[in-house]
Structure formats: structure tokens, C-alpha cells
Design a protein around this ligand. Structure first.
Ligand code: THU
Length: 133
């Protein structure tokens, strides 16, 4: 996997952010099992709670296209001078479709990315037990 390429896709994704309220652009790039990279941006709304984060935009776009197996996710935030990690809602959604070892890279505008896994961000995922019911 080429992390730099994934990050440059996340950077391009942030250009499509619709964030007139927070003025905080976020881009995500999701690497699918077959090599396709799907971009997502944060899309806000004047009813603030309807905002969709970049990470969920990417995952929902991928799933809607029939992609359901993922290898890595990169998140880039040009408006922060610190590395921006996924929110709780996104962690939950990512964990629905990935193993605990799924790699996540995130950065702010300095592009010094933090490398982690969904298991570290969202441990004790009981999805397999739920699916067995
Ligand atoms: N946001 C994301 O898209 N992803 C994150 O990981 C953090 C937050 C968005 C939501 C909102 O549009 C803006 O950033 C400010 O919170």
C-alpha cells in the first residue's frame, strides 16, 4: 500500500468539503481490497446535527458502489495544525465494516500522520457476536 498516494487522495478529497459553518475542511481516502481508492469529504448542513464527516462519506460512498472490503483509511485536515482523529460516530461506523487490525492514518496540515488501527480507536467491538444471533 502506498501511504503517500492515499494521503494525496485525502488531500484532494478535502477540496470538496462543504463546510461553510465550521470552516474546517476534512478529506478521507479509503483504500478498497481491489485497489480502488474512494474519496470522502465532510458535508455540513445549516441544521448542524445533519453534518456528515469525511470518513463516513467515504465509507457510505464505497458501500453504495458495491465495495465492502477495505484495506486502509487516510484522513487529512488542512485547517488544523494537529492530527485530527475520527469522531466517535465515525469510529463506530468504520468498525462495522472492518477488522480490529484495520489501519487508519490521520494528520493535520503538517502532514505528520499518526498511524493507528480501528481496534485502538474503538476496542471491544462485539460485532461478530451480534452477527451470530
Ligand atoms: N469532521 C470530519 O469530517 N472528520 C473528523 O474526523 C472530525 C470532524 C468534520 C465535521 C464538521 O464538518 C467539521 O469537521 C468540524 O467538526
Amino acid at each position: 500500500m502506498d501511504k503517500d498516494e492515499l494521503f494525496s487522495e485525502a488531500e484532494k478529497a478535502a477540496e470538496n468539503s462543504y463546510s461553510p459553518y465550521s470552516k474546517f475542511r476534512v478529506g478521507a481516502a479509503l483504500l478498497c481490497e481491489d485497489g480502488e481508492i474512494i474519496r470522502g469529504a465532510n458535508i455540513e448542513n445549516r441544521s448542524f446535527g445533519l453534518t456528515n464527516c469525511a470518513e463516513r462519506s467515504a465509507i457510505f460512498t464505497a458501500l453504495s458502489k458495491g465495495q465492502n472490503s477495505f484495506k486502509a483509511l487516510a484522513i487529512y485536515c488542512p485547517d488544523a495544525d494537529y492530527a485530527v482523529s475520527p469522531c466517535g460516530a465515525c469510529r463506530q461506523v468504520i468498525s462495522e465494516f472492518t477488522d480490529q487490525s484495520f489501519p487508519i492514518f490521520f494528520s493535520g496540515n503538517e502532514k505528520k500522520y499518526v498511524e493507528t488501527t480501528i481496534g485502538e480507536l474503538f476496542p471491544f467491538n462485539a460485532l461478530d457476536e451480534l452477527k451470530e444471533r
